[in-house]
Design a protein around this ligand. Structure first.
Ligand SMILES: C[S@@+](CC[C@H](N)C(=O)[O-])C[C@H]1O[C@@H](n2cnc3c(N)ncnc32)[C@H](O)[C@@H]1O
Length: 318
């Protein structure tokens, strides 16, 4: 983990008291901590840094990050590396979805950006073009490892699944305009962000809302870490609610009754503009639309997804 991130990290188990974690280094380079741990001075929870990857999640999140299936699987890595970077190796039918999300944030601004559920890091790297620093976080160690390796090598080399266990190598340089040294990736939970309140001037939540057990808590956490004045929020989601991921009582759309009946995007826009909601002190909507996004599973299997996005801005304090 890059040393510049250390003093920003707080204990995700003691969010109310915002305890800055104490660092103990075992192995380091000039800019990076390779092996070591972070400790909460209050609850004494220990967070490991191993092979450069910091895992800063509450205890109850550990089973998710230790699961070798799902987003930690080899097939997911192939799918997401294709999805994020196929433009750079001229993959046939490459998706330009990430360019479109990045363009929604294309004005230069000072401050730090946070990409929640960053996967293999494309949007985080894009955010380094417009921000002083960008941090990506995800519960998948495999994705975070891949994103860190991309940042270190400044190029991509991976095994793309053709069919079953048959793979082909894909290699390419990445955009030289990415600020590789300005980006860092950690393993963290979208529902317990290990950052001080009001730290980031821009936050993105792209295609993650429906994947977390408590979507409203994720939004509340995103709001907590955004600055009060001049904050920008990029939100995008396909709203494909799934009962095996989260309970319908916690969905923010896709139901016929309850506080969040109706369509998810309508409810997100309502929350964003309501100064009494989890987005207190309230945002104004700047842009809305759809991004056609693709995930490639094998050479014959693609998922075509419409992700609805909104860019919101909070100009002033409440
Ligand atoms: C559908 S993918 C989208 C990834 C990326 N934002 C994109 O659009 O390509 C959802 C991502 O959220 C991550 N994720 C799921 N639950 C999470 C949580 N509680 N905290 C942080 N990341 C999570 C997954 O590991 C995965 O990378």
């Amino acid at each position: 983990m890059k040393k510049w991130l250390v003093e920003e990290l707080i204990c995700p188990q003691c969010l109310d008291s915002e305890n800055v974690l104490k660092l103990d280094i075992r192995t380091e380079t000039e800019d990076d901590i390779i092996e070591g741990h972070l400790v909460c001075p209050q609850c004494k929870q220990v967070y490991e840094i191993h092979e450069g990857i910091a895992v800063v999640v509450p205890e109850q999140t550990l089973p998710i990050i230790q699961d070798a299936t799902g987003y930690n699987s080899f097939s997911m890595l192939s799918s997401y590396l294709w999805s994020h970077y196929s433009e750079f190796f001229n993959g046939p039918d490459a998706t330009d979805a990430y360019q479109k999300w990045a363009r929604a944030l294309d004005s230069k601004r000072s401050g730090w950006a946070l990409d929640i559920g960053c996967s293999v890091g494309r949007l985080t790297f894009e955010m380094t073009k417009t921000h002083d620093r960008a941090v990506g976080l995800d519960t998948s160690i495999s994705f975070v490892r891949a994103a860190r390796e991309l940042g270190a090598a400044k190029r991509l080399a991976f095994d793309l699944i053709m069919e079953g266990r048959i793979t082909e190598k894909r290699t390419c340089d990445l955009d030289p305009a990415f600020g590789f040294d300005q980006a860092e990736f950690i393993v963290a939970d979208a529902m317990a962000l290990p950052f001080r309140s009001r730290r980031f001037s821009t936050v993105s939540s792209v295609n993650i809302l429906e994947k977390v057990p408590d979507p409203l808590l994720h939004l509340a956490e995103a709001n907590r870490v955004m600055v009060e004045k001049d904050a920008r929020f990029l939100f995008s989601d396909p709203f494909s609610w799934d009962e095996s991921v989260n309970s319908p009582e916690l969905w923010l759309g896709g139901t016929n009754d309850g506080d969040f009946k109706g369509f998810g995007m309508d409810n997100i826009c309502r929350l964003l503009q309501d100064p009494e909601s989890v987005f207190s002190p309230g945002f104004a909507i700047r842009d809305m639309g759809q991004v056609l996004w693709k995930i490639r599973k094998t050479r014959n299997l693609w998922e075509h997804i419409t992700s609805q996005f909104v860019v919101a801005h909070r100009a002033a304090m409440g």
